[in-house]
Design a protein. Sequence first.
Length: 115
Amino acid sequence: VQLQASGGGLVQPGGSLRLSCATSGSIFAIAAIGWYRQAPGKQRELVADITTSGNTNYADSVKGRFTISRDNTKNTVYLQMDSLKFEDTAVYYCNAARAFPRFEWGQGTLVTVSS
């Protein structure tokens, strides 16, 4: 697996989590990276992505609550998730995004929003 997601967990509604996506330097340097999620019984969807130049894109459902960023010194992309809602519960994955071909999907990291 070329990209590894981590940082999920159990959080109450309104809470926050930060997910991390670690990848190799070669991938990090050339690919837009995205965070995706798949809730039970639903298709995988794009949550947010970020280009190598830092241009970002968000799904309407997370705009204003989630922030994607990248640390060029650590070859890592982060997803800061604030004001979490029940409907944010899903397995979150990271992978290449936009026009870049997707790599093999990893196991993802589970985010559960529950009271």
